[in-house]
Design a protein around this ligand. Structure first.
Ligand code: WT7
Length: 665
């Protein structure tokens, strides 16, 4: 799959022409929450009366402390505001409302640690823990609108911390535990957080991830706003505690009341910030509102996951990503469901771990990423065959296009041919799933996320902003009307929000940054990013971010990073580097390559570690000095070069970049 990022034309010729089609199974369809006729009625209603459609859903789905009269305020477009004169509280929706509905003793969370330890938290227990932490935060002076950064492993306390922030109207900003101290520092500084919640350590693949040590090093510079650090004792590793700044979670919460009145907040009050990569070196703090966000995540659980009372829902994402916000912490709880969370690595201690968890917890809905499916698929069919997967009834995929081979394996070996697969397209910025099959209704095709959900108007435009006509012509994926869970802005940089998502087509529609095409039936097929964003194992990484990390190394003069197809990770990272002092082709650069790979992992995160570093005397540039990224991408993929290299400042460099003159490493 390729996209021509410079010109914006999307080349879909490399996309496999998938012909298989799976009709909804009668058994599933018979008891689906959303029947074909209802889905059709929702689509019709949304088409005819867009605002009435959203107003009615907001009134019926959410528990308003104070109702709203304005459905959509577009006076400051593209900073759209939904239900803005209403008031509610997201944690009240996820906890109190569930207890009132009789789910107090029902499991809200089933947690499995990597060590195998299992903990079950009922809605009542979760409510009490959230209230204690909410009171604890208040005792530290945290007020409505303050930012709290959460840097925790995937343990129940991560959900407790997020819900506690929501309860008092503090804005959480979760930083994935796999991010480095430097990445953490950047996010803390950008958010201007007053409190950091972390743990001694996390567990992954039998090792301990030193979270507190990373937090200490992050806080050493540029984080003056942080007054307190709350430390969860989890992995048991020794840590330094800073007198006056740091306190243990258990000590702080021990004497807090298990009751805390929710802080009613305006619908538009920011619920959270979540930093994600874009096409510059600096991650953007995507800012979501409260009510609109909750409405779409709650509804999509019903429409896409067919979520019902007896479901055990396992979304394998970490709460450090938006998927873990929408489909671990908020959506399922707002529906009173039971969620499973698992702290460790998918293949620890062996490749059967995922399937054992499904079996032991009676998971009914599994939602994971193509990269995990491909990695587990590679281990063979015999491993999953050892487990009883009969509780599964629905499978989901998210994060990147799923290749038909992985789709078929998921369907056949994990779903045993019985379970519908929902390939869900969305983004950090969209807050919730926008394009997806409705199980039991939509026929699926391996590799297609099918059709937009009711109330979502998606289109594909060409460079001039005209809808592409005719099937199977690629273009820019856009959403033509605002929807409630749309990100409101980029924290501290509204201009960047407008420029990134709205400028291209004159403010008329939201630009997703993905290339896509439609088939004859109108099904959407996502081709991949059309900007300088990579999707490595379902994780978003900016090429510029990796380049900035590389040039921060004393030996690097210049760097250009591109993606290339990778069997498991979907996209892999290749970095072209011009270095100071070392000559390409010498043995010295082999050691330097290893050093640079480790350097990037330490600067950003192990997920950003380049698969390969290739050294050159120079980077290919046009006469005006622009790096020819398109050429580098073709080189990275080993494709024949169709570009005209005569405009190159230094044509001889091409052979070197191809690796023809690399030392054999
Ligand atoms: C990018 C957003 C949304 C949660 C996880 C990722 C890609 C996401 C799909 C899908 C093809 C997909 C897109 C998108 N993507 N889901 N079902 N099919 N591509 O969130 O980190 O904000 O990344 O992930 O390229 O733009 P994110």
């Amino acid at each position: 799959m390729t996209s021509n990022r410079e010109s914006g034309e999307v080349d879909i010729s490399a996309v496999l022409h998938e012909q298989r089609r799976f009709e909804p199974q009668a058994q599933f369809a018979a008891r689906a929450r959303l029947q074909a006729a209802q889905l059709a009625a929702l689509h019709e209603r949304a088409g005819k009366d867009y605002l009435g459609f959203w107003r009615e859903l907001a009134l019926s789905q959410l528990n308003w402390h104070r109702s709203f009269s304005v459905t959509l305020d577009d006076s400051q477009a593209p900073n759209y505001r939904w239900f803005c004169d209403g008031e509610l509280n997201v944690s009240h929706e996820c906890l109190d409302v569930q207890i009132i509905a009789g789910r107090g003793e029902k499991a809200a969370i089933r947690f499995e640690a990597e060590t195998g330890e299992v903990r079950r938290l009922s809605y009542r227990q979760l409510h009490a823990d959230v209230c204690r932490m909410a009171n604890a935060l208040k005792s530290l002076g945290v007020q409505m609108g303050d930012r709290v950064v959460i840097y925790l492993p995937l343990v129940p306390e991560a959900i407790v911390a997020m819900q506690a922030c929501a309860r008092i109207g503090a804005i959480h900003s979760v930083v994935f535990g796999g991010f480095s101290a430097l990445s953490l520092r950047e996010r803390i500084a950008d958010a201007g957080a007053c409190v950091l919640i972390t743990a001694d350590g996390g567990r992954r693949g039998g090792e301990i991830v030193q979270l507190k040590a990373a937090a200490d090093s992050a806080l050493a510079e540029r984080c003056e706003s942080v007054r307190n650090v709350i430390v969860l004792r989890h992995a048991g590793n020794p840590v330094d505690m800073h007198e006056g700044r740091d306190c243990w979670w258990h000590e702080l919460c021990a004497h807090q009341s298990p009751r805390c009145e929710p802080q009613w907040v305006p619908a538009e009050h920011p619920l959270f910030l979540l930093h994600t990569s874009g096409s510059t070196g600096r991650p953007k703090g995507i800012q979501h509102a409260s009510a609109g966000y909750l409405l779409n995540v709650k509804l999509s659980c019903q429409w896409v996951f067919d979520l019902r009372e007896d479901d055990v829902f396992w979304c394998t994402a970490d709460v450090g990503w938006v998927t873990g916000h929408s489909y671990v912490c908020y959506g399922p709880l707002a529906n009173g469901a039971t969620v499973v969370i698992y702290e460790g690595a998918p293949t620890y201690p062996d490749g059967g771990r995922f399937w054992k968890i499904c079996q032991d917890h009676g998971v009914t809905i599994l939602y994971t990423a193509p990269t995990a499916i491909r990695a587990l698929m590679r281990l063979g069919d015999a491993i999953p065959a050892r487990y009883d997967l009969s509780s599964l009834r629905l499978l989901g995929s998210v994060g990147e296009p799923i290749n038909p081979e992985a789709w078929m394996w998921y369907h056949r070996v994990i779903g045993r041919g019985r379970c519908p697969i929902v390939d869900t397209w969305w983004q950090t910025e969209t807050g919730a799933i926008l394009i997806s099959p409705v199980p039991g209704v939509t026929a699926t095709k391996p590799g297609s996320c099918t059709l937009p959900l009711p109330g979502i108007f998606a289109d594909i435009l060409d460079e001039r902003g005209e809808p592409v006509t005719g099937p199977e012509i690629g273009g820019y994926l856009v959403i033509t009307r605002p929807w409630p869970s749309l990100a409101r802005t980029i924290w501290g940089d509204n201009q960047r929000y407008i420029d990134t998502y709205w400028r291209k087509f004159g403010g008329r529609c939201y630009l997703a940054g993905d290339g896509a095409y439609r088939d004859a039936e109108g099904y959407f097929w996502i081709v991949g990013r059309i900007d300088d964003v990579l999707n490595v194992a379902g994780h978003r990484l900016g090429t510029m971010e990796i380049e900035s990390a590389l040039v921060a190394h004393a030996r690097v003069a210049e760097a250009a990073v591109v993606g290339r197809p990778h069997e498991i990770k979907g996209e892999g990272i290749l970095a072209f580097v011009v270095c100071r002092g070392a000559r390409p082709g010498t043995a010295e650069v082999v050691t330097l390559a290893e050093e640079l790979r480790g350097w990037v992992a330490a600067q950003l995160s192990p997920i950003a570690r380049p698969d390969e570093i290739r050294f050159a005397d120079a980077l290919p540039k046009t006469r005006s000095g622009k790096i020819m990224r398109r050429l580098l991408r073709a080189i990275a993929r080993g494709e024949p070069l169709s570009q005209d290299v005569s405009t190159l400042e230094n044509p001889a460099i091409v052979a070197q970049l191809r690796g023809d003159q690399q030392p054999s490493a």
